[in-house]
Design a protein around this ligand. Sequence first.
Ligand code: NAI
Length: 253
Amino acid sequence: TRRIAVTGSASGIGKALVEVLRAQGDTVIGVDREDADVRADLSTEDGRARAVAGIGAGPLDGVVACAGVSAPDPVTVSVNHFGVVRLLEGLRPVLAAAPNPRAAVVGSIAGTQPVDQAVVDACLRDDEPAALELARAAVANGTGNRLYPSSKSALAQWLRRAAVTEEWAGAGIPLNAVAPGVVLSPMVAPLVADEEMKAVMDRAVPMPLNGYAQPAVIATALSWLISTGNTHMTGQVIYVDGGADATLRGPGV
Ligand code: NAI
């Protein structure tokens, strides 16, 4: 049986993924702030170290980073970018010790929306204190709503670079992202229940194929990315978004 670590395991997409993986016989180590096998706050260096230690020193067959927040607050950058990157880097040695290791993260269609470029640049320089200071400035000047797109854009750009390096591709570890459109998880369900908010979201994220997704849909895509069947897909951001990316970006590839 494969040992797979899933962050954000207590809710939404992460919780659905735990169910998919356990149903197929995998041993899952759930990581979340509460209600998880390993309780850790991934917004802090301490929490990330606790997560890596709690997952353990034995070979790890897969990791999927689902934990995320969408608040117009600096913590969004801490969790969605640094919480993912530092955890994956911390787990790389135990992944490399497994026979068929795989890694995946959850991006977002929001990563294609307007960003705070200074925040993205600080993320890509791996400078968390600078990114947080810039994020606080963004909140103060009223552009805090750009922090979520910024965190997901930075994560996608980090992934495309890291995936093809000696550390990941060279160690035989595929590293990919699923980027959802709107998913009816506890993060978003309350928003679409509000008519006005729903109209704003439908303009920002048009989903001509089957509308909003259930968390299990995203979990199924993630489960394939980390399966042994995926030997050659890496560095990809896969939009599982009901056609939102194709609608917004048009035919250019
Ligand atoms: P959710 O709110 O249902 O689940 C997120 C989980 O992450 C929660 O269990 C939460 O406790 C955990 N988490 C948050 N901060 C944490 C921290 N500091 N340390 C440890 N765990 C923490 O949300 P959902 O929708 O399942 O989100 C999962 C991922 O999907 C996130 O990365 C989110 O950005 C992404 N996403 C969600 C979309 C949606 O429409 N729901 C759309 C696109 C992306």
